[in-house]
Design a binder for this molecule. Structure first.
Ligand code: NDP
Length: 249
């Protein structure tokens, strides 16, 4: 069963991130503290409604490419946790610029995707690490998403082994970089009892997935939470799909 006490989610204003927030709130034991972050809280109407209706939700401003935002969000979380740890970080925010073939590359768009999909999640993780380490000290919980975990929402498009269709020179390599970051974090943090995983959420009907995608955000988030509920020390450091299957890096 998934029941982390404190959860932090990036890109929580829409799509999968917003649906993660909704589904955490529907758990039998919802988080006592749910830090739902987004770039523009003032215009995050749905998310703010959830904050008004649920005392555990705290909406914070966070552009994951902005170091000042990252530091300020980490300070707010630390103060709000009041010496308790952070159990689960979901690095969900991501960006894609679909039409990128070798003939029409745009350096700014390439860097934007690396900055958002790979560097951002790593810097957010760094800033929240002291709070994850605090949660990992707990002696009475096994390694799991209820204790201390970093979940990086990746994409099968970042798998080098599974790559078949070419193009997407910003999105694919930036998600491949996020996968490498996941593995490195796992190797660095495994002795500290922090679980780290990369998760492909399926092809989902969001702004990134488009209207033709296979799954609704509800279906995807539900399946992802099921996968997260089963993670343990044994399957940390892997690239998993929403159906629980392993994906080759
Ligand atoms: P959406 O476009 O609906 O959501 C993307 C989210 O990321 C938005 O909240 C967006 O905020 C946020 N975001 C983008 N850039 C930044 C930034 N610099 N700082 C903070 N937040 C940012 O797409 P999804 O919900 O589908 O995407 C969620 C994750 O799932 C992404 O990592 C994506 O790569 C991954 N994914 C999605 C798939 C799909 O089929 N949908 C398939 C595989 C992976 P804003 O509204 O401000 O732009």
């Amino acid at each position: 069963m998934i029941c982390p006490r404190a959860v932090f989610i990036t890109g929580a204003n829409k799509g999968l991130g917003l649906e993660f927030v909704r589904q955490f709130l529907r758990l039998d034991n919802p988080p006592q503290q749910l830090f739902a972050t987004c770039r523009d809280p003032e215009n995050a109407v749905e998310l703010r409604k959830l904050e008004d209706q649920n005392a555990c939700v705290q909406v914070l401003k966070l552009d994951i490419t902005c170091e000042a935002d990252i530091k300020s969000a980490a300070r707010e979380v630390e103060s709000s946790l009041n010496n308790k740890g952070l159990n689960l970080l979901i690095n969900n925010a991501g960006v894609t610029r679909k039409r990128q073939y070798v003939g029409n590359l745009n350096k700014e768009h390439l860097l934007e995707q690396f900055s958002t999909n790979a560097v951002g999640p790593l810097l957010v993780t760094q800033s929240l690490l002291p709070m994850l380490l605090k949660a990992a000290e707990s002696r009475d919980t096994l390694v799991s998403c209820n204790k201390a975990a970093i979940v990086n929402i990746s994409s099968i498009l970042g798998s080098i082994t599974e790559s078949r269709s070419g193009g997407m020179y910003g999105y694919r390599p930036s998600k491949a970089a996020l996968n490498m970051i996941t593995k490195s974090l796992h190797e660095e943090l495994k002795e500290k009892d922090i679980l780290v995983t990369a998760l492909h959420p399926g092809w989902v009907r969001t702004d990134i997935g488009g209207p033709e995608a296979d799954m609704s955000p509800e279906e995807s988030a539900k399946a992802c939470l099921m996968v997260l509920s089963k993670l343990s020390k044994e399957n940390s450091g892997r690239f998993l799909s929403y159906d629980g299957k392993m994906i080759d890096w």
